[in-house]
Design a protein around this ligand. Structure first.
Ligand code: 2YJ
Length: 271
């Protein structure tokens, strides 16, 4: 799992409105509506039931330590979705205690290996990887006018790929999965049956118009693979597309560092 860098998240707080509008233009739905679609629930209903309950975000110093702006960005995304949220003044164990004392019903916290949302009322734990996969698959579903019976190339069979595969399979997509680690792709096939494994990535790539890039591999997709109707949902950081692809696909590329993942975690942990 890639560790986010300060520059990956620098602009999130100030550009949420703009990003939300971009998502509406691309998918017809807002960030909150994409998250609701990802978990198959009504965002309005979740909001009505839970908006009064504060969400705490706890900075964690373990491992490589605090990423400047990380907790604030998570908190701002939650706030943008209409929920009361706060970053604790204390970090680590003290921060968790502070969040609970201040009445947080949901707590978000991340170290270098895990990023989770915990529902303190019922013990539900949602992992960022799986939620991110579901959220991006929901965005691709909306952007493409529905994935049913359509072929999708899923790149990466880790936690993000697994979340995406679960959503896409439930929505009737024909999934073709590639992972550099063949065994990882085979393992995913056991939990999400009906997918097919792709053996040669660059032989397969030109055959797909719909791509879900769930890998942290940089610049694996060059501009020669971008057609007029190519649509890509790419949660991975760094981005899997080369810089020259961007002008060719910007309105058909969904990509962010945190927003869709955090929004989906919030709705998922509350249902
Ligand atoms: O609290 C902090 O500031 C840090 N402990 C945050 C650490 C953030 N964690 C990561 O970047 C992980 N590698 C997972 C992020 C997954 C995003 N999709």
């Amino acid at each position: 799992m890639t560790r986010l860098r300060e520059e990956d998240i620098l602009d999130i707080s100030d550009s949420l409105k703009e990003y939300d509008q971009k998502l509406v233009n691309q998918t017809g739905k807002s960030l909150a509506e994409i998250a609701a679609h990802a978990i198959g629930s009504s965002g309005k209903r979740i909001y009505e039931l839970h908006r009064a309950n504060p969400v705490g975000v706890v900075p964690i110093t373990s491992g490589e330590g605090i990423i400047n702006g990380f907790s604030r960005s998570v908190q701002k995304i939650i706030e943008f979705m209409g929920f009361t949220s706060f970053v604790t003044g204390l970090k680590d164990v003290g921060g968790l205690a502070e969040a609970v004392e201040k009445g947080a019903k949901v707590v978000f916290l991340a170290d270098d290996d895990h990023f989770v949302a915990i529902n303190m009322a019922n013990g539900k734990v949602v992992d960022n990887g799986e939620a991110t996969g579901k959220g991006y698959a929901a965005a691709l579903d909306l952007m493409s006018g529905g994935l049913r019976d359509k072929e999708v190339l899923l790149i990466g069979a880790g936690p993000v790929g697994a979340g995406a595969a679960a959503f896409m399979s439930a929505h009737g997509a024909k999934i073709f999965v590639y992972d550099v680690n063949r065994e990882q792709a085979e393992n995913l096939l056991e939990t999400v049956p009906g997918m097919q494994i792709v053996r040669d990535f660059y032989e397969a790539l030109p055959q797909y118009k719909l791509i879900l890039d769930a890998t942290p591999a940089a610049e694996i997709i060059g501009k020669e693979y971008i057609g007029e109707d190519t649509m890509i949902a790419a949660p991975g950081i760094p981005l899997g597309l080369s810089q020259e692809c961007l002008p060719l696909i910007s309105d058909r590329l969904v990509h962010d560092a945190l927003e869709i993942g955090v929004a989906t975690m919030l709705f998922d942990v509350l249902t």
